[in-house]
Ligand binder design. Structure first.
Ligand code: ADP
Ligand code: MG
Length: 322
């Protein structure tokens, strides 16, 4: 892990803002979901929806991986694809603070793909995370696509961690170094056979922070998101949903990655979360022998504030174009 020198940050003010079509579409979906079902605790707009039944919260999320959009068969084998598909879905469950329990897997595939191998790998990796494959669907397709629905649970005496849960004065923490996936992608594109480096594995087989997510939710953290689109882009969801500003001082960077990888790269699947008691969280992590999160900044009461070091930044990250 390394930290960025402030003088390298002149590029921040020229970044395009986040007003991409993907986010405009999602805002419309959030409006559509306002007609609330009594069991729907958290509707569209967070990392997962939360349903409330009895003394249990059911936490549900879905994410698709599409060939040539999310993975390239020049360097992803079927085990990598299975690993990543389960990992990215588990990550949204982790970001809510829930335990991953069940997966439904839909695969659209060309004839050339060994479906039995892919399914067996998916089932195995689900089991490694303590989850059970309970269904799905298969279809033929010109390109490979995997869509997973992940289902988790948490007891209703623990609050799910929400993008809207940050409060001015909270410390902002990140669960681990950022930028490894984008650095790995760059390395794999240059040399598709170099798959066993730490950065290549960060891209091919990201790990979800399931244990940390559960621990910090139980320890009272009310706000978290997983880094899928890039740190600044994902923090922006917290800033807008919580109506807080962001002052960043320090960012943990994956060894060998650049500042741009860490801030904008995405697909790291670390958790960003906020807390008014970072010392308590650090102690809880140490007691559980978990990797120590880093304090990267603070939430401010002025919702317009966006600074990194002393410089104002304009958030950007990965978005799909529609
Ligand atoms: P994440 O990066 O955590 O997977 P997304 O940015 O993909 O989150 O989605 C943000 C929110 O929008 C989530 O609550 C998600 O369920 C919802 N969403 C995204 N696409 C759709 C869709 N096609 N229909 C309904 N809700 C959607
Ligand atoms: Mg997410």
């Amino acid at each position: 892990m390394r930290h960025y020198p402030i003088f390298e940050l002149s590029f921040l003010s020229v970044s395009p803002p986040i007003n991409a079509p993907e986010f405009e579409i999602i805002s419309k979906l959030i409006d559509l979901s306002k007609n609330l079902d009594p069991n729907l605790k958290i509707p569209i707009g967070d990392d997962a929806a939360v349903l409330h039944f009895g003394d249990t919260f059911i936490v549900i999320s879905t994410d698709a991986l599409v060939q040539d959009v999310h993975f390239d068969l020049n360097y992803f084998d079927l085990n990598d694809i299975a690993h990543k598909a389960v990992g990215v879905n588990a990550s949204d469950i982790a970001a809510m603070g829930a335990e991953l329990k069940y997966l439904l897997v839909t695969i659209a595939s060309p004839k050339s793909v060994q479906l039995a191998q892919l399914l067996s790998s998916l089932k195995q990796y689900a089991l490694d995370l303590g989850a059970t494959l309970i269904g799905g669907d298969l279809s033929s397709s010109e390109k490979l696509m995997i869509s997973i629905t992940a289902i988790g649970t948490m007891p209703n005496n623990t609050d799910p961690m929400l993008r809207s849960g940050a409060v001015a004065g909270d410390s902002i923490m990140v669960s681990g170094p950022l930028g490894g996936s984008n650095f790995g992608l760059r390395c794999l594109r240059a040399n598709p056979s170099a798959k066993n480096t730490a950065q290549a594995l960060a891209h091919l087989r990201p790990s979800a922070q399931l244990e940390l997510g559960r621990l910090i939710a139980r320890a009272g953290v009310r706000c978290a998101i997983d880094v899928s689109d890039g740190m600044l882009a994902d923090l922006e969801h917290i800033a807008l949903a919580s109506q807080v500003g962001i002052e960043l001082q320090d960012v943990p960077i994956f060894s060998g990655a650049t500042i741009e990888d860490a801030l904008f790269g995405g697909e790291d699947y670390q958790l960003i979360f906020t807390t008014n008691n970072p010392k308590h969280i650090l102690e809880a992590c140490a007691n559980a022998h978990l990797f120590s999160p880093t304090i990267v900044g603070v939430c401010t009461s002025n919702p317009e504030t966006r600074t990194l070091g002393e410089k104002r930044y304009t958030p950007r990250g990965y978005t799909h174009d529609f």
